[in-house]
Design a protein around this ligand. Structure first.
Ligand code: AGP
Length: 608
């Protein structure tokens, strides 16, 4: 995934572009660049590496102009080096282009263009776009873009500028996100709202398959046939402070600490008037939901882990057979789905390519899709029949934390809602669950107060080569999530495993250098899990256990024990993961790594 921006107006163009790129950096950060038009000159500044290096380059070699575009990249085709860094130029260096997406037919197009004499400077797929525009540039930038998009296969959002062309930015999108905004003096375009939040308070969600022409105070939106389309701006719901670290050293730590407030707000919103409120966009009637005999959840990474927990909770409260697939597996396995199967997508970003593809696979089979999604107006939001908004607020850290616990809470409410509909959850039981959920944010707050103890554990193990995370039942998913958090930001080889399965192989890994995180809150599988911890000890492994406050047995068997408050078994995955989020964060920070922008990763993986 990459971030693209464009600005035309009276402000300082390079600083507006840089400010926007900083806010979009979480979308990709291995290289970045801007292109600015000043009078009749096209000036480009681009550099592989962190955005701070582009900022330094522009300080050393300042630029100014009336309009410009910018890009922050997560490499797909072509390693992060200057020639592969956007903006990309046509042969005559009069058109500059920035792209987010994948052009699937780029090799065919590149052959055709090279046969016509076009010279390619990069190894990217995106560069075919600027040469296609060049081919028709005599018809003007807008018409050249319109003729270009017809030739492209894949998903893309791009912005282009041309020397001498009416001081306009021309953009296009197909299946990749793009928003724009304008007022009487200026206009901007960005991959998402966070890129423009500091200047505009209203944005337009550009409809799919649209071309946008932005000028100083002008904005027109055409469909790919060239016909004007009308759109309605919406209020920007996020503020700069929402996407600012504040006093925290990293976005990830800020978002870990936001969880009590986020979870409190979700519970308050979902239990107003003592009824379960799943939101105005659930869009599936009680009759449709009652008909469901099977649920198939598909998601990736942390969202997949939330789906695993959702399975347990939905089957427990609503007695509906629920399967959970990794999206990249689901999309290709031609699953047996009959018409009373509800397919669900869980996605924080709403732009994960594999999860979108899984959603489309369900739609092709005429099945209803209910999605749990955080970013409104994202592709998954727009393509689902109904959504439950995660309501975690913008999550900038690549390692998902508050969105994860928020996903679990929303799935908990969905399970209760379905359970009530189907007569498996009584009013009394509902009250008990509400009480447990209302208490949960304060319990998260209590765990956050153990941060320094967790930091001490991190100091002891930050140089470990391997980690094993074990859990059972609901907390098998917690073990998987704890391992993912650690591996993706500390680069330590961390494996999450079902504790009962350890004896079938991973137990061979355990020695006196292996820290083993054992998730063992009070539960129906507590004793079994305690046996597994004993097996770890018998092999000289180092148990670091998550325990319910007052549990001396597990504490006694462990080198370290982190206590969580006593809670309902279905709440324990929310409480148990907090220490694991902090452990991962502190180990990565102690190793001097970039916690918010881990290598090779991006906040949303919009490529398959
Ligand atoms: C989680 O920390 C990772 N960054 C990653 O696994 C992420 O959960 C996955 O890419 C899915 O993202 P989504 O929720 O936006 O679809």
């Amino acid at each position: 995934m990459c971030g693209i921006v464009g600005y035309v107006g009276a402000r300082n163009v390079p600083s507006v572009l840089l400010g926007s790129l900083w806010r979009l950096e979480y979308r990709g950060y291995d290289s970045s660049g801007i292109a600015v038009i000043s009078n009749s000159e096209l000036i480009v500044r681009k550099v592989p590496g962190k955005l701070s290096e582009l900022e330094e380059l522009i300080k050393r070699k300042p630029v100014s102009g009336e309009l410009g575009i910018g890009h922050t990249r997560w490499a797909t085709h072509g390693v992060p080096q200057e020639n592969n860094t956007h903006p990309l130029l046509d042969c005559n260096e009069e058109v500059a282009l920035v792209v987010n997406g994948i052009i699937e037919n780029y090799l065919t197009l590149k052959d055709e263009l090279e046969a016509k004499g076009h010279i390619f400077r990069s190894l990217t797929d995106s560069e075919v776009i600027v040469h296609l525009i060049e081919q028709n540039i005599s018809k003007g930038l807008t018409e050249a873009v319109r003729l270009t998009v017809k030739k492209l296969t894949g998903n893309f959002a791009f912005a282009a500028i041309r020397i001498g062309e009416n001081k306009e930015i021309v953009c296009a999108r197909h299946d990749a996100p793009l928003i724009c905004c304008y007022n009487a003096e200026e206009a901007a375009v960005a991959s998402d709202t966070s890129g423009v939040v500091s200047i505009f308070d209203e944005v337009i969600d550009i409809p799919n398959d649209s071309i946008v022409i932005l000028g100083r105070g002008t904005c027109s939106i055409l469909n790919f046939q060239g016909r004007e389309t009308k759109t309605t701006p919406r209020k920007v719901m996020i503020e700069v402070k929402d996407i600012d670290k504040g006093h925290f050293p990293t976005f990830m730590l800020k978002e870990i600490y936001e969880q009590p407030k986020v979870l409190h707000n979700i519970v308050k919103e979902r239990t107003s008037d003592s009824q379960i409120q799943l939101g105005a966009e659930l869009s599936l009637s009680e009759a449709e939901l009652k008909k469901i005999s099977r649920i198939l959840i598909q998601a990736c990474g942390t969202s997949w882990h939330a789906g695993l927990i959702g399975k347990y909770i939905i089957e427990k409260f609503a007695r509906i057979h629920t399967e959970v697939d990794i999206s990249s597996e689901f999309r290709y396995r031609d699953a047996v789905l009959d018409n009373d199967t509800l397919v669900m997508a869980i996605s924080q970003s709403g732009e994960t390519a594999d999860t979108i593809a899984g959603l489309r696979e369900a739609k092709v089979k005429f099945l209803k899709v209910l999605s749990v999604v955080n970013v409104l107006q994202s592709s998954i939001h727009r393509e689902s029949d109904g959504i439950i908004e995660i309501m975690a607020g913008p999550e900038i850290g690549v390692a998902s934390t508050k969105a994860y616990t928020a996903e679990i809470v929303n799935l908990y409410f969905l399970a209760l809602y379905l359970g009530r509909l189907r007569g498996f959850v009584s009013k009394t039981q509902l009250k008990e669950h509400f009480a447990a959920l209302m208490e949960m944010p304060d319990q998260v707050e209590q765990i956050l107060r153990l941060d320094n103890d967790i930091k001490d554990i991190a100091k002891e193990f930050c140089n470990s080569r391997d980690f094993l995370f074990l859990g059972r039942g609901l907390n098998y998913a917690t073990a998987l999530e704890g391992a993912l958090k650690l591996k993706e930001i500390s680069y330590i080889n961390a494996t999450g495993y079902a504790a009962g399965e350890m004896k079938h192989g991973p137990i061979a890994l355990i020695d006196d250098k292996m820290p083993v995180v054992c998730v063992n809150p009070r539960s129906s599988v507590y004793d079994k899990m305690l046996n597994n911890i004993q097996e770890v000890v018998a092999r000289k492994g180092i148990p670091i256990s998550i325990v319910t406050k007052g549990d001396q047995r597990t504490r006694g068997a462990s080198k370290y024990a982190i206590s969580i408050p006593a809670c309902h078994e279905c709440i324990s995955p929310i409480l148990s993961v907090i220490p694991l989020q902090l452990l991962a964060h502190h180990i990565a920070a102690l190793k001097g790594l970039d916690v918010d922008r881990p290598r090779n990763l991006a906040k949303s993986v919009t490529v398959e």
